[in-house]
Design a protein around this ligand. Structure first.
Ligand SMILES: Nc1ncnc2c1ncn2[C@@H]1O[C@H](COP(=O)(O)OP(=O)(O)OP(=O)(O)O)[C@@H](O)[C@H]1O
Length: 324
């Protein structure tokens, strides 16, 4: 009989601390935190929280000065330089500013990691074409970065990150440089790829709407400290820390509410006449709305008693509430 062995988590931090040379204050301290295998985990925090440092530790570009970090069950400290390189090959990175080589075509950028591994030209180009097709750029293989939109450049960046068949994908502010609609498309692509390939996806962001839109788990960092972590639906519906609440309210629109109206953050399936009619029937006002991977991310002003009214909504057809 085969023993029932539970695979280790994708990432496990044990009392991890990182202080940069010449600095007194650690960029990360006493970090205890686990990223479940196959999850889509958001790492959120304000500027200077330590998010990029976390990415650099996971990708082996920095080492902790205390504590232990396990990636796919392997202690990063115990790896030989060869094993570290192999680990790095299985960790895909997607960057905010795409980091494409301007002198190379889309195909040339995607095949670069394979070229560095010595994969023969015909094989790497076949794989590169396949990956570009998977990210919706099958007709753009010969384009140079300057001939691509921001969203297309990020698709090339994602295809490149997948070239070496990673088991872990780190997206560091991957949508921060994109407009909301393009950003929604990239997040959908990332989560579709994650599910299809059974990857662990770590999304580093300062935007709570990104966490809300696609993650299953979230960790909130502040000034190098993990202040809150757990399943996204629990953390967002019942935030325990003031920093989490501040991040949740960061995009709360300034609006004067009338007669006891309540401001609610909702995901609408669309802005079709059917949805708008349903909202009008409730006396709801749309205060703000923008594209979202699951439809339209909206702030609504709802009349007093909206909680009761919400119970009468056909949630699956019209409205899916997400925690404000
Ligand atoms: N190479 C470095 N040398 C010295 N200090 C650094 C270095 N890199 C980062 N820091 C410091 O470490 C802390 C965490 O920085 P980090 O870049 O990880 O934060 P972040 O959450 O990614 O911020 P941002 O959202 O602004 O990119 C900050 O105080 C920063 O000034």
């Amino acid at each position: 009989m085969t023993p029932n062995v539970t695979p280790p988590p994708a990432l496990h931090f044990e009392q991890v601390r990182k202080t940069y040379p010449g600095q007194v204050t650690p960029a990360l301290r006493d970090l205890n935190f686990t990223v479940p295998r196959g999850s889509c985990t958001g790492i959120i925090g304000r500027s200077g929280a330590g998010k990029s440092t976390l990415v650099r530790l996971i990708s082996g570009l920095e080492t902790p000065d205390a504590g232990r970090l396990f990636v796919q069950g392997q202690s990063m400290a115990g790896l030989s330089s060869r094993a570290l390189r192999q680990r790095q090959v299985r960790t895909g990175l997607v960057f905010q500013h795409f980091n494409l080589l301007t002198q190379r075509t889309a195909l040339g950028n995607v095949t670069l990691p394979l070229e560095l591994l010595g994969v023969p030209r015909a094989k790497r180009e076949a794989r590169g074409r396949d990956l570009l097709a998977q990210v919706g750029l099958g007709d753009y293989t010969s384009r140079y970065p300057a001939q691509l939109s921001g969203g297309q450049k990020q698709r090339v960046g994602i295809a490149r990150a997948l070239a070496t068949d990673p088991d872990l994908l780190l997206a560091d502010e991957a949508t921060s440089a994109l407009d909301p609609e393009t950003s929604a498309g990239i997040l959908t692509l990332l989560t579709d790829l994650q599910k299809d390939r059974n990857l662990t996806l770590v999304i580093v962001t300062h935007q709570m709407e990104v966490v809300r839109a696609v993650t299953t788990h979230v960790a909130v960092l502040d000034a190098g400290v993990l202040v809150e972590a757990g399943e996204t639906r629990h953390v967002l519906s019942c935030p325990q820390h003031a920093v989490t609440r501040a991040l949740l309210n960061a995009h709360r629109p300034e609006v004067s509410l009338e007669n006891g109206e309540q401001l609610r953050h909702l995901t609408l399936p669309d802005l079709s006449p059917r949805t708008l009619n349903a909202l009008a029937g409730l006396g709801a006002r749309i205060v703000q709305a923008h594209a979202h991977p699951k439809g339209v991310d909206a702030w609504l002003a709802l009349p007093q008693g909206a909680a009761d009214v919400n119970r009468h909504l056909d949630r699956s057809a019209h409205l899916v509430e997400v925690p404000a």
